[in-house]
Design a binder for this molecule. Structure first.
Ligand code: PAN
Ligand code: ZN
Length: 190
């Protein structure tokens, strides 16, 4: 019987400085890609008239999609603000709602917004080096850089998880993370 272990697939090296994992595809999200995410739409449009900065990148290793397989991605969110709201990811639910995910902080300071899909209850969880955040199934998740250097992290999820952005784009997260007196504060969106 042949071995299931393909060593060439077992080791990957990632570069936190560039946000790349070998030659795995890397998605880049610019400010213009994040329309509708920020609370202060005027500040968003004003910022876009000046510049369209890179907000975050994700390099994903997504080989097989068999039962039991895992995928993972290296995320880098750059520091910045739109109005008083920190740079953030689009956020999503997993298409397979039961799929959980483990986030592992590598560098920088940030938080995760975790929102239960059914109750819309939101939790703010710190994402930092040497710590892991468990995102249960049925939970919308968005990552926010609350620091002054890039926030770098790894997310590990079932290969079958899939990403669903439309539900979030339509209803958005109920809470936002703003800078108040130099510190992050979670408030209701409206
Ligand atoms: C992460 C995210 C990454 C970027 O790898 O994909 O943080 O966020 P968006 O996908 O919301 O743009 C993950 O949660 N994967 O499931
Ligand atoms: Zn996810």
């Amino acid at each position: 019987m042949s071995s299931l272990l393909d060593v060439s697939q077992s080791l990957s090296r990632f570069d936190p400085a560039t946000g790349t994992i070998g030659d795995a595809p890397q998605v880049k999200r610019y400010l213009a890609d994040l329309r509708g995410c920020f609370r202060d739409t005027e500040a968003y449009e004003r910022a876009l008239t000046h510049d369209n900065p890179l907000v975050y990148t994700v390099a994903a290793v997504e080989p097989a999609v068999g039962e039991g397989d895992l995928h993972y991605g290296l995320g880098v969110i750059y520091p910045g603000l739109v109005g008083d709201e920190y740079f953030l990811t689009k956020g999503h639910l997993h298409a397979w709602r039961a799929a959980a995910e483990l986030y592992i902080g590598i560098a920088g300071e940030g938080v995760m917004l975790l929102e239960d899909e059914a109750t819309e209850e939101t939790h703010l969880v710190p994402l930092q080096p040497n710590s892991a955040v468990y995102v249960p199934g049925h939970t919308a998740h968005r990552t926010v850089n609350t620091g002054v250097v890039p926030l770098t992290y790894l997310g590990v999820y079932p290969a079958r998880a899939g990403h669903e952005y439309d539900v979030i784009a339509e209803r958005n997260f109920r809470s936002v993370v703003i800078q108040r007196d130099g510190k992050p504060l979670m408030i209701r969106r409206n």
